[in-house]
Design a protein around this ligand. Structure first.
Ligand code: C2E
Ligand code: CA
Ligand code: CA
Length: 397
């Protein structure tokens, strides 16, 4: 059943129990007398249909029954004075091609059912072999990732940000890396998984703490005045308590003005008020906020005014279009004007070529991050890279 938990939570278990009985009755109406309807637990039912040897194939029967189940369970239930709408997700598996044993068959129907749910519910999905391969892959990845975080096997890399006019380094973005067992796994893939595992917060703490530790140990850290930025996903920041940031900064003696927290437009999407409060509190600590991937997500320019940010990072999808795409250039010029009008700092990321760099500078954006200068590097390479740079960075007065 879709949304059964909400019924239990809001209307109580007694109502939930009565609903389950009515669901069972409706399910029975959709099958023949010698088919089986069972409730294995919670809000999950199993239907076993046998082929009777008529004109219909097993597939025809299963599709008909599954779609009827979805249709009938989507109709409202009247429980006491409540009219309840739940709906259902159905997974279909066939004997013998999807499983030789009962448990294999049910397991595969289950996987198909989860796919139906994750596709939005209210539908049926037939099992395919790649679902079980995907699940297998995912389970392996999850356990390896848990271990990686606990055993300190993640790594940080440093991506310098330069002032193109002076050639000096003004900042550095800290990015995560993970070398899985057989391949490098992108943070785009593994960060969301850690978050789904409930480890997003632990990850964010790990990143901030290790960035502080590594940076403070760099020979030039105390002489140069560049800032560093970390990425924090919405799930972690929307908790509204940010004491952990303060604690870690204090533990390492990291001055707050040297940290920039990068957020995306997604942070502001679901609960803008909470996001404003959280970001304001972070700024209250003396930490600056950057709007990452600006222009690529959900933007409300009007709202931008209300958000406590200091810096805008032009999304690299626009920079990508330079120097030839006129519309990308037009968008970039607009963002540059906007930042200037709002008194915000600005940088362009994903700058790969000399031409892109020139075009950005000509249009008034001189703070640059991208492969044109360097690729993200592990701490030791970064230290060497900085010591070779001339001039290195703004000196602390
Ligand atoms: P992002 O925050 O937009 O990070 C910038 C990404 O653009 C990085 O990829 C960086 O290597 C890449 N990049 C920078 N300049 C160039 C360029 O000139 N050309 C090209 N092709 N790429 C460039 P990366 O490190 O793979 O990170 C991807 C995303 O993963 C990040 O996007 C961020 O959303 C996420 N991520 C990385 N580290 C963390 C982290 O510590 N915490 C969280 N929550 N997310 C992270
Ligand atoms: Ca970023
Ligand atoms: Ca970005």
């Amino acid at each position: 059943l879709d949304r059964f938990k909400q019924v239990n939570d809001t209307l109580g278990h007694q109502t939930g129990d009565m609903l389950l009985q009515d669901v069972a009755a409706r399910l029975r109406q959709q099958v023949r007398a010698n088919d089986t309807v069972a409730r294995l637990g919670g809000d999950e039912f199993t239907v076993i249909i046998s082929e009777l040897g008529g004109m219909e194939t097993a597939q025809d029967i299963a599709h008909r029954v599954a779609s009827n189940i979805c249709k009938h369970l989507a109709l409202p239930f009247q429980i006491g004075t409540h009219e309840i709408v739940v709906g259902s997700s159905v997974g279909v598996a066939y004997y013998p091609q999807h499983g030789q044993t009962y448990s294999e068959l049910v397991k595969h129907a289950d996987l198909a059912m989860y796919r139906a749910k994750s596709d939005g519910g209210g539908r049926y999905v037939t099992f395919t072999q790649d679902m079980s391969e995907q699940l297998h892959h995912r389970v392996l990845l999850e356990s390896a990732l848990r271990d990686a975080l606990r055993r300190n096997e993640l790594q940080l890399v440093y991506h310098p940000i330069l002032n193109a006019d002076s050639g000096s380094m003004v900042g550095v973005e800290v990015l995560l890396r993970w070398h899985g067992h057989d391949r490098k796994v992108s943070p785009v893939e593994f960060v969301p998984i850690l978050e789904e595992l409930g480890l997003g917060h632990e990850l964010a703490r790990w990143v901030l703490a290790n960035a502080c530790k590594e940076l403070m140990a760099m020979p030039f850290w105390h002489d140069l005045s560049f800032w560093f930025s970390i990425n924090i996903s919405p799930q972690v920041l929307n908790r509204n308590h940010i004491g952990w940031i303060e604690d870690i900064m204090a533990e390492y003696g990291m001055p707050p003005e040297r940290l920039v927290v990068e957020v995306t437009e997604d942070h502001l999407r679901y609960n803008p008020e909470l996001a404003i409060n959280t970001l304001s509190a972070i700024r209250g600590l003396g930490i600056r906020i950057a709007m990452d991937d600006f222009g690529s997500g959900y933007s409300s320019l009007g709202r931008l005014r209300d958000f406590p940010i200091d810096l805008i990072k032009i999304d690299r999808s626009f920079v990508n279009g330079l120097p030839h795409q006129q519309t990308d250039l037009a968008i970039i010029v607009t963002i540059i004007t906007l930042a200037r009008e709002l008194g915000l700092e600005l940088l362009a990321e994903g700058v790969e070529t000399e031409q892109q760099l020139q075009q950005l500078m000509e249009n008034g954006c001189s703070t640059i991050q991208g492969f044109v200068y360097a690729r993200p590097m592990p701490a030791s390479d970064y230290v060497m890279w900085v010591s070779d740079l001339n001039p290195p960075s703004a000196l602390i007065n």
